[in-house]
Design a protein around this ligand. Structure first.
Ligand code: SF4
Ligand code: SF4
Length: 431
C-alpha cells in the first residue's frame, strides 16, 4: 500500500500534533495525529486502519497504477456516463444592458428558429434512444424572452422521455427579471428543476451593473421574483464582483436576512469575479461559467473573503469537488441559437471554436481544444490534478490566443485550498 499522490497535508496551527489530510480525488478529509501520520508514512498500520484509509482513498495499491487511472479517467467517465447534458442558447437578445456582458461582442436580436428547435429535439431524442437521461439548461441572452420556445422544446422532450422511460429535466439560466411565479408554475410540469439568477451585490451596485435596456435598475424586479418563487424550485444566486466593489457584497446577504429571505429558501449563493469578454476585448462578467478561477492575489483574497461571509451567514455555496472542463465530457454540448455546437458557452461567437452543428454532427475537437494538455508529468504528479485537469481552456485562450498549454491553478490552490477546507469544516460544525 502507498500514500496517494493526490493529497495535501495541512498541519494544524492551533491544534499542535494534529494534521488535516485532504484527498483531492475523493474530496475526503481526515484529521490525524502526528503519531498516526508517521505510521501511515512508515506503512505500519493495523489492518482496520489500513482498510479505512483505503476506503477514503488515502492509501492506494500502487501510485503508478493510480497515476495511469487518472490519465485515463475521462475515457472511463465517458464510457460509463448515462446522462446527456445540453446547454441550449435560445436567443442572444436580452432585456438588460449590462455594460460588462461577456457576450457583448456577439449579442444581438438573434433567436433560435422553429426549424432549429425541431432539429434540436430530434437530436436530443436520439440521445434518449441510446438510453441516456437528459438534462437541458436553457441559456441566453435572456432565455425567458423565449418562453414559448422553452414550452415547445421541453414539452416535446418530456413526452419523449415518458415514452422511453428515461429521465428528463431542465434548468434556466436567467437574469431573474422574468422569473415570475406564473412562469415557474407553467414550466414545472414540463420538467423545470432549478434556476440560476444574478444579483450583483447591494441595490446600488446591482442597478449600475445590471440595468434594464431603458436604464432603469433591475434589482427590485429580481428580488420580487425571488420572493414569489423560492418555494417552488431551487434558486441559485450568482453575482459578479470587481476588485473595487467585492467588499460590499455581504451587504446583499444581510439585506436578504433582514427581508426574510433565509438560507433555507436559496439553493446556494456563488459570487464570481468579473472576467474578460469572450474575445478578450473589454473587462466584463462571466455570468455562468463559474468553473474558472484565477491566481491574481486580489481575486484569491476576494473569493476567500466572500466565501467566508456567505457561509458565516448560513447560506450554502459551491463546494470543492473534482471537476474538469466541459471539453473532456463527450456527453456535454453547448448548442448555439443557430444550431452550431460548442464545448463551452464562452466559446460561442468564435467560429474557430465551433465543433459542429445539429445538422452535420460533431467533429473531432481533441486537438483544437487541447484535450490532452494536462497529460504531462507535471500535471499527472500534481496533488491538485483532480480539482484542476489543466484548468480553464477559455482563460488560457484569452491569455495566449490558443489552447496549447494548461491554465495552471497551482497558485490559487496553494493559497486557498486549506482555507476553503477549514471554512467548510467550520460551517459543518455550526450546522
Ligand atoms: S473553458 Fe472549460 S473550464 Fe473554462 S469556462 Fe469553459 S467549460 Fe469552464
Ligand atoms: S495545471 Fe497546474 S495545478 Fe493543474 S494539474 Fe497541472 S500542474 Fe497542477
Amino acid at each position: 500500500m502507498e500514500l496517494t499522490r493526490y493529497m495535501k497535508a495541512f498541519p494544524s496551527d492551533n491544534r499542535p500534533g494534529r494534521t488535516l489530510l485532504y484527498n483531492t480525488r475523493r474530496c475526503a478529509l481526515l484529521d490525524v495525529s502526528d503519531e498516526l501520520l508517521e505510521r501511515i508514512r512508515a506503512e505500519k498500520l493495523a489492518d482496520r486502519e489500513q482498510e479505512t484509509l483505503m476506503k477514503l482513498g488515502f492509501l492506494v495499491q500502487s501510485r503508478v497504477l493510480e497515476r495511469e487511472e487518472m490519465r485515463t479517467c475521462f475515457e472511463r467517465v465517458n464510457r460509463d456516463s448515462r446522462k446527456f447534458n445540453a446547454i441550449v442558447t435560445l436567443t442572444l437578445d436580452c432585456n438588460l444592458a449590462c455594460p460588462y456582458c461577456y457576450e457583448g461582442n456577439f449579442r444581438g436580436h438573434f433567436s433560435m428558429s422553429e426549424a432549429t428547435a425541431n432539429l434540436l429535439a430530434v437530436r436530443l431524442i436520439e440521445r434518449m434512444d441510446e438510453g441516456l437521461s437528459l438534462c437541458v439548461t436553457f441559456y441566453g441572452g435572456e432565455a425567458l424572452l423565449k418562453q414559448q420556445l422553452i414550452q415547445q422544446i421541453a414539452g416535446e422532450l418530456s413526452g419523449a422521455a415518458r415514452e422511453r422511460n428515461v429521465n428528463f429535466e431542465f434548468n434556466v439560466v436567467t437574469n431573474g427579471t422574468l422569473l415570475t411565479r406564473k412562469v415557474v408554475e407553467s414550466l414545472l410540469p414540463l420538467g423545470l428543476k432549478g434556476a440560476k439568477l444574478t444579483l450583483d451585490g447591494p441595490r446600488d451596485i446591482h442597478d449600475l451593473q445590471r440595468p434594464f435596456v431603458s436604464g432603469r435598475g433591475s434589482f427590485d424586479a429580481i428580488v420580487s421574483n425571488i420572493r414569489e418563487t423560492w418555494d417552488l424550485l431551487p434558486l441559485q444566486i450568482g453575482g459578479n464582483y470587481t476588485r473595487h466593489n467585492y467588499h460590499r457584497y455581504p451587504e446583499l446577504l444581510d439585506w436578504f436576512l433582514k427581508e426574510g429571505i433565509t438560507p433555507e429558501q436559496l439553493d446556494m449563493v456563488v459570487f464570481s469575479p468579473v472576467t474578460p469578454r469572450s474575445d478578450g476585448s473589454v473587462v466584463s462578467g462571466d455570468l455562468s461559467s463559474v468553473c474558472s478561477c484565477s491566481d491574481e492575489p486580489w481575486m484569491i483574497q476576494a473569493s476567500m473573503f466572500l466565501r467566508a461571509e456567505i457561509l458565516n451567514r448560513g447560506f450554502k455555496t459551491m463546494k470543492m469537488k473534482p471537476s474538469g472542463c466541459m471539453v473532456e465530457f463527450k456527453n456535454d454540448w453547448v448548442v448555439g441559437y443557430d444550431g452550431g455546437l460548442y464545448k463551452c458557452p464562452a466559446f460561442m461567437g468564435d467560429e474557430s471554436l465551433r465543433v459542429g452543428s445539429l445538422a452535420g454532427g460533431i467533429e473531432d475537437y481533441s486537438h483544437s481544444h487541447g484535450m490532452d494538455i494536462w497529460k504531462c508529468d507535471e500535471c499527472l504528479d500534481c496533488s491538485y490534478l483532480p480539482l484542476c485537469f489543466g484548468g480553464c481552456r477559455f482563460l488560457q485562450r484569452l491569455r495566449t490566443g490558443s489552447i496549447d498549454n494548461v491554465d495552471c491553478q497551482r497558485t490559487f490552490f496553494d493559497a486557498a485550498l486549506e482555507e476553503i477546507i477549514t471554512q467548510d469544516l467550520a460551517a459543518r460544525e455550526k450546522q
